[in-house]
Design a protein around this ligand. Structure first.
Ligand SMILES: NC(=O)c1ccc[n+]([C@@H]2O[C@H](COP(=O)([O-])OP(=O)(O)OC[C@H]3O[C@@H](n4cnc5c(N)ncnc54)[C@H](OP(=O)(O)O)[C@@H]3O)[C@@H](O)[C@H]2O)c1
Ligand code: SF4
Ligand code: SF4
Length: 375
């Protein structure tokens, strides 16, 4: 198993981390514990020693399940990461009861990596004002937290603001060969490296999108290595960055586990020719994008309830990855009817706010027309 050293923290972890957000589930939606335990055991036996869970995963059941499985291992055999559900905190006194609940669910005395979960600017400003970091620093002083970090979902300037606000032990960002110019992206990677802050990466396969590319794109990778999975290219691209210490993969089948163990047991950084191929694929993927919506939400809220960025995200992903099933579910099931593109009243309030000069009204009509073709 490929390992990386957190020089700042003086520890070594496996480069592959187990993301505990996407365990296999039963028909009733509960974790398929037998299968999920076999997957975790397999990964740990092969040298995976970084396990990432969080308070809300699997409707709150992920921490409990992970705690049960890890009970059979020595505490120093694994690094456990979990996160403070910052959206539940309105006063710093609310931190401790949640943290203690997490320790109890996980059946441990301490957490190795503790993150402020899914920070954006609004959440960060609120936490600072409430003094939440003081509570975490106290828990660290007591040995109940080893390392304090944050996971991030906002634009680069906010990342810069947060990462330079204190001497973080580590940080976690979304990063993959397509998502280099959104959220923290390449600029965030470079800044963290410059500051000497080790990075943990989430969504390295773009939540599964890069594992199921359409055939006309996948053929470039398949021609190069017929037997290697598309996921292995995405994971190797991320792992080719030296300041990436852990890559979290949300493995949801034993096949995913075995495939990733193969990638990380014989890990090789990309060579120049392979980089060039990944860039070629990235260019094709980006050329299929319908519009340049960055999800900045400057156009929001729409007075008529349309979730403009969400509609554009579903539409762009559909155009790029050609995954009809996923788009149908996201547009017709997951998105509330009132927030759908066809609810636009063409009032015009949004368009002047868009920094990308997107013709929002026109594009929302196109979104709905395209989605109707796959209904
Ligand atoms: N802190 C945060 O804000 C935050 C946010 C997101 C994620 N995370 C953490 O980061 C972890 C990783 O993110 P992610 O789950 O989105 O990662 P990901 O690795 O980008 O996506 C995982 C999905 O990719 C598909 N897949 C296909 N082949 C695979 C293979 N060989 N290995 C793994 N997956 C394969 C699976 O989807 P199908 O089953 O559909 O094929 C799987 O559910 C999460 O599990 C979670 O622990 C944290
Ligand atoms: S033009 Fe449509 S999407 Fe834009 S604000 Fe008005 S109703 Fe909302
Ligand atoms: S303002 Fe423009 S780029 Fe930003 S979310 Fe709205 S449509 Fe997308």
């Amino acid at each position: 198993m490929k390992t990386r050293t957190f020089e700042k923290l003086g520890i070594q972890t496996s480069l592959l981390g187990f993301g505990c957000m996407r365990f296999p589930t039963l028909e009733n939606g509960k974790i398929d514990e037998k299968q999920a335990e076999a997957m975790l055991d397999k990964a740990i036996a092969a040298g995976v020693n970084y396990i990432d869970t969080a308070y809300p995963y699997h409707g709150g059941e992920s921490e409990t399940f992970v705690g049960k499985v890890l009970k059979k291992y020595q505490r120093n055999q694994f690094f456990l990461a979990t996160k403070l559900p910052v959206w539940k905190i309105s006063h710093k006194d609310e931190v401790l009861p949640i943290f203690e609940e997490q320790l109890a669910k996980l059946q441990v005395e301490y957490v190795d990596f503790y993150l402020l979960h899914a920070l954006d600017e609004e959440r960060w400003d609120a936490l600072v004002k409430q003094g939440v970091l003081d509570v975490l620093d106290q828990l660290k002083a007591e040995g109940k937290i080893k390392y304090i970090g944050f996971s991030f979902h906002d634009e680069y300037p906010v990342f810069e603001k947060i990462i330079t606000a204190r001497a973080w032990d580590f940080c976690q960002i979304q990063y993959n060969y397509v998502d280099t110019e959104i959220q923290a992206g390449n600029k965030g990677y470079v800044l963290a490296e410059k500051l000497g802050i080790p990075m943990v990466i989430m969504e390295p396969i773009k939540g599964g999108n890069l594992a199921s590319l359409p055939e006309d794109i996948a053929r470039f990778f398949k021609a190069y290595y017929p037997k290697k999975s598309l996921s292995s290219w995405a994971l190797r691209w991320v792992g080719s960055h030296k300041n990436v210490k852990v890559i979290l993969s949300g493995m949801s089948t034993m096949d995913h586990v075995l495939d990733n163990l193969d990638t990380f047991t014989n890990f090789k950084a990309l060579n120049q020719e392979e980089y060039d191929l990944v860039h070629k694929v990235t260019d094709i993927i980006k050329s299929r994008t319908k519009n340049g919506c960055t999800g900045c939400e400057y156009c929001m809220p729409c007075p008529h309830g349309v979730n403009i960025p969400r509609n554009f995200k579903i539409w762009n992903d559909w155009a790029i990855y050609r995954n009809d099933d996923q788009a149908r579910r996201r547009y017709f099931k997951d998105l509330e009817v009132d927030a759908r593109a066809d609810m636009c009243q063409a009032c015009g309030a949004c368009e002047p706010q868009c920094p990308q000069s997107i013709q929002i009204i026109q594009d929302l009509i196109r979104v709905h027309e395209d989605m109707k073709t796959i209904q």
